[in-house]
Design a protein around this ligand. Structure first.
Ligand code: HEM
Length: 260
C-alpha cells in the first residue's frame, strides 16, 4: 500500500498539537506555540547532526565533519532569523496570555541543554532546574556524562598527527571544555600547515558565533518584550540572560586569533 504525504509526515497528529490556552483566545498565542515547537524540531535535528559529527571525528572523516558543521551553521542562522518573526508580537499582546505559561520557560528546554552539553558547554548547575519526572531529563544527564563533540575533536586531531596533552584528555567528562595553551599551539600550527583542516576550524567558529548570536538576539527580544520583569522560569530575566553572552563553545579556537 502506498504512503501519502500526510501519512508519511504524520501531519494529522502534528497539526493537533498546538493548543492555545488563553480565553478569549489571544491571536498571537498560536505564533508563540508554533515558533517554540519549530525551535524544538530544529534542536532535534541539530542533536542528530552533532551525534554524526562525533562519529565523523572518531572515524577521521574530515569531509563528513565539514559537511555536517556546514549544515548546523545553516540551521543556526535560521534559528536566529526566526526571532524576527516573534518580534512582530508586541509586549501588550504577550502580556495578554503570559500568565497562561505559568512556570513554563525555554529555561526548561531539555533539548537545548542537550545541545549545550553535546558541544562541551557543560553547566552541571542547570540540572537543578530540571525535574527528574520530565521525560527529557535522563537524556540531559546522559549528555552530561558522555564525551562531547570537543572530546571527539581531540580524537580527530590525534589521528591527524597532533599530540593532545594527557591532562586535557583526563579532564572529568562533566566539566566544560578547558582552554589549553598546548592545544592552542597545535591548532595554530594546523591552521598554517593544513589548509583543509583550517576549513573545519572556521566552520566550528561559525557554529560557535551562531550560538552566541542566538543568545544575544534572544536576550534583546526578551528585553523588548518583558523589560525588567522576572522570567516565567524563575530567573531575574534579562539580567540573568546577559550573563550567558559572549561565552565561547570552542575557546581554544578563539584564543589563537591574535597570533594569526
Ligand atoms: C516572548 C518570547 C520569549 C520570552 C519573553 C522569553 C523569556 C526568557 C527568559 C526570561 C528566560 C530566562 C529564564 C526564565 O526565568 O524564564 C529565557 C530563557 C530561555 N529561553 Fe526564552 N523567551 C522567549 C522566547 C524563546 C524562544 C522562541 C525560545 C526558543 C526555543 C527560547 C528559548 C530559551 C532558552 C533555551 C532559554 C535558556 C537560556 C539559558 O539558560 O542560557 N525562548 N527566556
Amino acid at each position: 500500500m502506498s504512503v501519502n504525504y500526510s501519512e508519511y509526515l504524520k501531519l494529522e497528529e502534528l497539526l493537533v498539537l498546538q493548543s492555545p490556552k488563553s480565553e478569549p483566545e489571544e491571536h498571537d498565542e498560536m505564533l508563540f506555540i508554533v515558533i517554540h515547537q519549530v525551535y524544538e524540531l530544529w534542536f532535534k535535528q541539530i542533536l542528530h547532526e552533532l551525534d554524526k559529527v562525533k562519529r565523523d571525528f572518531s572515524a577521521n572523516d574530515l569531509y563528513g565533519a565539514i559537511a555536517t558543521f556546514k549544515r548546523v551553521r545553516t540551521i543556526l542562522k535560521t534559528l536566529v532569523g526566526q526571532l524576527d518573526i516573534l518580534e512582530t508580537m508586541t509586549p501588550m499582546s504577550f502580556s495578554a496570555f503570559r500568565d497562561r505559561l505559568d512556570t513554563a520557560s525555554g529555561f526548561q528546554s531539555t533539548q537545548f541543554r542537550e545541545f549545550e552539553f553535546l558541544l562541551g558547554y557543560k553547566r552541571a548547575e542547570v540540572m537543578r532546574f530540571l525535574e527528574d519526572s520530565w521525560p527529557g531529563t535522563p537524556r540531559v544527564k546522559r549528555r552530561l556524562a558522555e564525551p562531547s563533540v570537543v572530546d571527539h575533536f581531540y580524537i580527530f586531531l590525534e589521528q591527524r598527527g597532533a599530540t593532545i596533552p594527557q591532562r586535557v584528555k583526563d579532564k572529568p567528562v562533566e566539566d566544560p571544555t578547558w582552554p589549553d595553551d598546548d592545544v592552542q599551539a597545535l591548532l595554530l600550527s594546523m591552521y598554517r600547515d593544513a589548509p583543509e583542516i583550517s576549513i573545519l576550524f572556521e566552520l566550528m567558529i561559525d557554529v560557535d558565533e551562531g550560538m552566541q548570536e542566538w543568545r544575544y538576539r534572544h536576550v534583546k527580544m526578551v528585553e523588548r518584550t518583558i523589560g525588567s520583569k522576572h522570567g516565567t522560569g524563575g530567573s531575574p530575566g534579562v539580567e540573568f540572560l546577559k550573563k550567558t553572552l559572549f561565552q565561547p563553545i570552542f575557546p581554544d579556537l578563539w584564543l589563537i586569533r591574535h597570533a594569526m
